[in-house]
Ligand binder design. Structure first.
Ligand SMILES: Cc1cc2nc3c(=O)[nH]c(=O)nc-3n(C[C@H](O)[C@H](O)[C@H](O)COP(=O)(O)OP(=O)(O)OC[C@H]3O[C@@H](n4cnc5c(N)ncnc54)[C@H](O)[C@@H]3O)c2cc1C
Length: 399
């Protein structure tokens, strides 16, 4: 067991909050820094996978997350009359596997409450601009010129646009409009499924049950509609009614959701970036979560990977006597799975979000039908569950 370290965790996203909790519980002196005074969720919902749930379980927060989310047993996608995606967690061979649709604010609430209960200091309204190393210690620099430190270790969990590395990813052409709406209780959606509709690859609409949001007992749905970023201005100019007519034509069952949208301001546009740092660690500094590896949410892994990264760092610090040896070990524990999923996400994103005509043609007529046959069913479920490449074994976690 290593000595207690002074650790700065930069960023109060799911990864930062989990890292702070784990490191605090291991006896380190942890301070968190966040630019906002309150959470500002981008997008409305996300999916927790068996990987992320395994970390939440070890944090003692799995039941709380499952309790405010919605259990997801199946992902199903249709293009016209064809079912081209049908992934069931049950194909993993055990009823114990499922995903959880959860609102970002709810996941934040669960983790943030635990951070508060642990007495971890969170400095809000602190916009980080830099991290410097002096005399073997790390400092954080803030907007306005102030500094905090010295720290033995800075954990960068500032997300995909972290200012703590010069490497920037590439913005993807497509992003999506997201809204949180009331769950239509009288149907027609399955409360245990993520459902999607596609028009070629240029439009992907989805409905994800996300359970409840803090302060309300009513069940919610995250509704999303993919859009090329350079078409956002045109979408605004065309007006809400034109878009609603298009959405209703693609997916008539969304009528009870569309009826709740009376203002374009209810839809938030989230643009995606893709970046994987080749060197996610420097002396006394480690980049984890989206700061290390950001991607489109096509495979729904980002928050889960951030949770796995946090766990890997805590585990490595328990095993290594020196912080720099520990961060190298943490990177080694995660690198293979990170590379694999970054590659898989880059591979699959254009199949669902691009201007290609060939990819969706092949998807609908060849890959869709083949994917319903064993062992493709199991491989797909493992891929969606984040379990390809055995990420949990080296981390001593169990799904
Ligand atoms: C629309 C959308 C849908 C998604 N769906 C899924 C999904 O289904 N499943 C899934 O697993 N993932 C999903 N993701 C990805 C997931 O949200 C991210 O991978 C995850 O949030 C990364 O967590 P993180 O803690 O690394 O970073 P973030 O969640 O990005 O948190 C970073 C934190 O740092 C703070 N911060 C940033 N810059 C500064 C600064 N300069 N100074 C101080 N504070 C700063 C931010 O305010 C934020 O609180 C989705 C993402 C989007 C955009």
């Amino acid at each position: 067991m290593m000595r207690a370290l002074d650790i700065a965790v930069a960023g109060c996203g799911p990864g930062g909050l989990a890292a702070a909790l784990l490191l605090h519980r291991d006896g380190h002196r942890v301070t968190m820094f966040e630019r906002f005074d309150a959470p500002r969720p981008i997008g409305s919902g996300l999916m927790l996978q068996p990987t992320g749930l395994a970390v939440l379980h070890r944090l003692g927060l799995r039941d709380a997350a499952v309790g405010c989310g919605a259990r997801i047993d199946r992902l199903v996608g249709q293009a016209g009359m064809r079912t081209v995606l049908d992934v069931r967690y049950a194909a993993l061979g055990s009823g114990a596997h499922f995903g959880v649709g959860i609102h970002r604010a709810a996941l934040f609430g669960v983790l943030h409450e635990a951070v508060g209960a642990a007495g971890i200091t969170v400095e809000t309204s602190r916009t980080i601009t830099a991290s410097t190393e002096r005399g073997g210690k790390r400092w954080l620099g803030f907007e306005g010129g102030a500094e905090a430190g010295p720290f033995d270790l800075v954990v960068d969990m500032l997300g995909s646009r972290t200012p703590l590395t010069a490497d920037t990813g590439r913005d993807l052409a497509y992003g999506a409009l997201w809204a949180t709406l009331d769950w239509p209780e009288d149907g027609p959606f399955d409360v245990h499924a993520l459902q999607q509709r596609y028009r070629a690859a240029s439009v992907m609409a989805g409905v994800l049950p996300v359970g409840t949001v803090p302060g309300s007992g009513a069940a919610k749905a995250a509704f999303f509609w993919s859009l090329r970023a350079d078409r956002l201005a045109g979408w605004r100019t065309a007006g809400l009614e034109a878009w609603k007519a298009d959405a209703a034509a693609l997916w008539p069952e969304t009528a009870p959701l569309l009826a709740q949208i009376g203002d374009a301001g209810q839809l938030t546009f989230a643009r995606y970036a893709h970046c994987t740092l080749a060197r996610p660690a420097a002396r006394g500094l480690i980049h984890l979560g989206d700061a290390w590896h950001s991607a489109s949410p096509q495979l729904g892994q980002g928050a889960n990977m951030a949770l796995l990264d946090a766990w890997a760092l805590a585990l490595a610090l328990r095993r290594e006597g020196d912080p720099d040896a520990a961060i190298m070990r943490a990177v080694a524990l995660r690198r293979r799975h990170v590379r694999l999923y970054q590659w898989l996400t880059a591979l699959f994103t254009p199949v669902y979000q691009s201007d290609s005509r060939v990819l969706p043609f092949v998807r609908d007529r060849l890959v869709g039908p083949l994917s319903k046959l064993w062992p493709a069913t199991r491989i797909q479920a493992a891929m969606v569950g984040g379990l390809v490449g055995n990420p949990l074994g080296p981390l001593e976690l169990a799904a």
